[in-house]
Design a binder for this molecule. Sequence first.
Ligand code: AMP
Length: 305
Amino acid sequence: MSVLVVGSVALDSVETPFGKADDVLGGSANFFSASASLLTKVSVVGVVGSDYPIEKLDPLKKRGVDFSGLERAEGASFRWRGRYRHDLNSAETLETHLGVFSHFSPKIPEKLRDSQYVFLANIDPRLQMDVLEQIKKPRLVAFDTMNFWIQSRRPDLLRLLSRVDLVTLNDAEARQLTEKFNLVQAAQWILARGPRHVIIKKGEHGAFMFTESSIFFAPAFPLESVFDPTGAGDSFAGGFIGYLAMTGDLSEANMRRAVIYGSVMGSFAVEKFSIDRLLSVTRPEIDQRVRDMRRLITFEEDLPA
Ligand code: AMP
């Protein structure tokens, strides 16, 4: 089963304690598709400007990512400039230039309107809603956002919440959206507005998946060195939804396995700048890291009598 993603297709300039990169491939849709395409087929809906180095998408195309829903418009591409200091869990946004995204009106190609798995990646919630309205009868719609949109488009976000099945946010975004400091309460606040699953990511401290009746937790894979955390969240979503689409199974047990795939794909994304590591990682390396994750979290219960 294939996944449809709408999100930013960007040029990122990033500073971390380990180095700098300028105008590299970035954006929520690119990280998501670089990750999910390792598991299933992905189609991207978005827009780039006339300055976008379109040939840099070739490795993704070669891997089968469908860019028939990616428009090219006159003007500047979406650009994001961010910095991480020694706390690699939180990005500081220095500049956001929406460029051609500010006048974009997504038109989903007819063949993609039947998509069963849809990821509304981080972008203007009005565009996320536009995409949702053009999809016929999806099995799973997941949605992500960030502080920039929570500040500027709150009413649109609240409308979207009632239309989606699953929400992925990081802990700061969940607190900002719900105005609850406690993450269990924040998840309950979101669940009460419609979604059946809420995933709250905590960077190197792992991720929770909440439903009305259960909580699951997956650690982040303990890496010896994290190089650039940009895109970890979108790569997590790519692993998570890619795994669900690949297996076609939305049972609770499989959703938990999908969280582990999310965590594993997030851990690869942060090993290099941009989508570089997601382009070089192999299926055996992914499988091995999933096995290592299982060893990391398995223990035998031996309660005293
Ligand atoms: P994350 O997975 O949360 O680290 O997402 C990183 C990506 O988000 C970067 O590649 C940016 O290009 C993209 N991004 C940053 N700000 C925005 C925004 N306001 N809307 C959409 N995408 C953004």
